[in-house]
Design a protein around this ligand. Sequence first.
Ligand SMILES: CC(C)(COP(=O)(O)OP(=O)(O)OC[C@H]1O[C@@H](n2cnc3c(N)ncnc32)[C@H](O)[C@@H]1OP(=O)(O)O)[C@@H](O)C(=O)NCCC(=O)NCCS
Length: 171
Amino acid sequence: MRAEQPGSSQEPASLPLEIRRMQLPDLEEVMAVERLAFKHPWSTELFRRELLHDWSTVLLCARPRGRAEPDAEATPEVLGFVIFWLVHDEVHVLNLACHPSVRRRGIARRLLVEAIEQGRRGGASLVTLEVRRSNFPALALYRDLGFRAVGIRPNYYVDEGEDAVVMILDL
Ligand SMILES: CC(C)(COP(=O)(O)OP(=O)(O)OC[C@H]1O[C@@H](n2cnc3c(N)ncnc32)[C@H](O)[C@@H]1OP(=O)(O)O)[C@@H](O)C(=O)NCCC(=O)NCCS
């Protein structure tokens, strides 16, 4: 997975939010979060492809559709997403991001906890991921959820020649 942007410290949100699977009509809003979160964003085509693989799941944290809030048009519906593959007994987390306007409100944590739970129900005994060595917010999040670093992949991120930390969580 990739690096970026420090979070802003804010109080937990009292927003009514739901975790649901991404569908094709969500693509534009998901891409908006992706572009805000990463210096080297995935392409639209890559996201579209994830929706086609049986082994891949894209979960969104979103405001429920059809809400009647006064600021409904001004605020995004999709606030974060996680992409994971379930292959045999392993969940592999490929991508995770939260909209910069709602960081440090537990959105990424909720998404990961749900991904882990779905993996567990699907028979997984292990969760794996890679994270940029410099991505302190993400490293802190994963450690907080019980992941441990088990190795380094040198120059894994070819864009900037940055190493990846490989992390795992035993279920
Ligand atoms: C990393 C990221 C997904 C975290 O999203 P988030 O919704 O703000 O994270 P959460 O609010 O769920 O944070 C949960 C815990 O993670 C840790 N954490 C998250 N952001 C942190 C930060 N900026 N500094 C220190 N710890 C942080 C904390 O332990 C936090 O718990 P706390 O708020 O109770 O202290 C978000 O910063 C992001 O989208 N970054 C850009 C994309 C990215 O780097 N994705 C990960 C690729 S591997």
